[in-house]
Design a protein around this ligand. Structure first.
Ligand SMILES: NC(=O)c1ccc[n+]([C@@H]2O[C@H](COP(=O)([O-])OP(=O)(O)OC[C@H]3O[C@@H](n4cnc5c(N)ncnc54)[C@H](O)[C@@H]3O)[C@@H](O)[C@H]2O)c1
Length: 351
């Protein structure tokens, strides 16, 4: 049985709290929670009959914690991860892992040097239709990849941004690309592989925030595939979709729903047994945009620790989509196509 503790008891902590507090994960239990605003921690603590702390250092010293889950504002993830690593517990961090590549590198280095595993929460990778898509890709069913598109068309009224001072700020959150669409950007990159360049535009369509609430991005991948990201929180009056389409010479898959949860299209040139009932089997819509993936993610975390097995999204894997997001912002700010990842043009080594 692994002991989990939460740092940060705001909105998303309810999801983490119920999964762990209601013992939904075999091998995991919630032992303590912490928020610098003590009464926020106390609400969860009371529900699950565990201690509440306002200081994470005190919690880590007092409690026997195997995994600490960082659910604080995005711009604080690095600072908190680096401060927690010396306690020797594995660390799970909500997305986005950090807001700068230097911060991401320092988190990876801190966890490596204290021998703790770093898990970045990308729960959409565990959505049941997404798992099917990934399997089809790994089995080569798409052949040459042609194009991938992700769309985030969500509704976040001004009241959402106004509820906390950090939302929509450059220092602690970023805009729709960093916050809401970071899952979908991760999925696109996971499916299409290494991006080689991006060109992006953004606007503040409706929200009064520092960063963007709306963006479009064109991408070119090393495989030759092209990609499109369309992301906005300015949809009114309700959330419309969170989707991904992957199109290859061998077939097309489209997953829709609010949170990439509803298999919409599953067409392959070479049909396999089971293809005809995939749409029915994987067409579920979750009650909210968080989706169902957090529970599967926790199962994965316990499995990785128990068996010392390869994490699906460790620090280096989480860093990849952060690198892409920072390149997208550079393109927005410079109005230029931005190249990614170094590829030597003049180097005899290995030739
Ligand atoms: N995976 C997902 O689908 C998903 C969904 C929502 C939010 N998130 C991510 O989760 C993170 C938190 O988002 P939220 O909406 O819950 O924010 P929130 O503002 O509601 O909660 C953050 C909490 O952290 C606390 N905190 C800050 N510093 C602290 C410290 N030193 N010690 C203890 N507590 C501290 C704050 O008091 C606050 O209660 C963000 O990074 C966000 O991007 C992920």
């Amino acid at each position: 049985m692994y002991n989990f503790a939460l740092v940060g008891c705001g909105r998303i902590s309810k999801r983490h709290g119920e999964i762990l507090g209601e013992n939904q994960i075999p091998g995991a239990r919630l032992v303590a929670v912490c928020d610098k605003v003590l009464n926020k921690a106390e609400i969860i603590a009371k529900k699950y009959n565990i201690p509440a702390y306002s200081d994470m250092h005190e919690m880590m010293k007092e409690e026997s914690v195997d995994v600490v889950v960082v659910l604080t504002e995005s711009g604080l993830h690095a600072q908190h991860t680096i401060q927690l690593a010396p306690y020797g517990a594995h660390i799970m961090v909500e997305k986005p892992m950090a807001l700068s590549l230097d911060d991401a590198d320092n988190m990876i280095e801190a966890c490596d040097s204290y021998g703790v595993k770093l898990f970045i929460v990308k729960q959409n990778r565990f959505n049941v239709p997404v798992v099917q898509l990934r399997k089809a890709l790994e089995n080569g069913r798409f052949g040459r990849l042609i194009m991938g598109t992700v769309r985030v068309r969500w509704c976040r009224p001004q009241a959402y941004y106004d509820q906390d001072a950090w939302r929509g700020t450059w220092a602690y959150d970023g805009g729709v690309l960093t916050n809401q669409a970071s899952h979908h950007i991760d999925l696109l990159e996971w499916m299409l592989g290494e991006p080689v360049s991006v060109f992006a535009m953004a606007s503040k369509a409706l929200a009064q925030i520092e960063a963007e609430d709306t963006a479009t991005v064109l991408l070119r991948f090393k495989s030759g595939a092209l990609g499109i990201i369309e992301a906005t929180t300015a949809i009114r009056p309700l959330d419309l979709e969170g989707s991904i389409s992957i199109l290859g010479e061998g077939g097309s898959v489209v997953i829709e729903g609010f949170a990439v949860n509803k298999m919409k299209t599953w067409n392959f040139c070479k049909e396999l047994p089971g293809d005809d009932n995939i749409l029915d089997k994987f067409s579920v819509n979750p009650p909210n945009v968080y989706g169902f993936g957090h529970k599967a993610y926790y199962d994965h975390v316990v499995d990785c620790i128990l068996n010392d097995s390869q994490q699906l999204v460790d620090g280096l894997e989480g860093r990849k989509s952060l690198e892409l997001i920072t390149a997208i912002y550079e393109s927005i700010e410079t109005s230029r196509e931005v190249p990614l990842r170094f590829h030597p043009q003049m180097c005899k080594l290995g030739q």
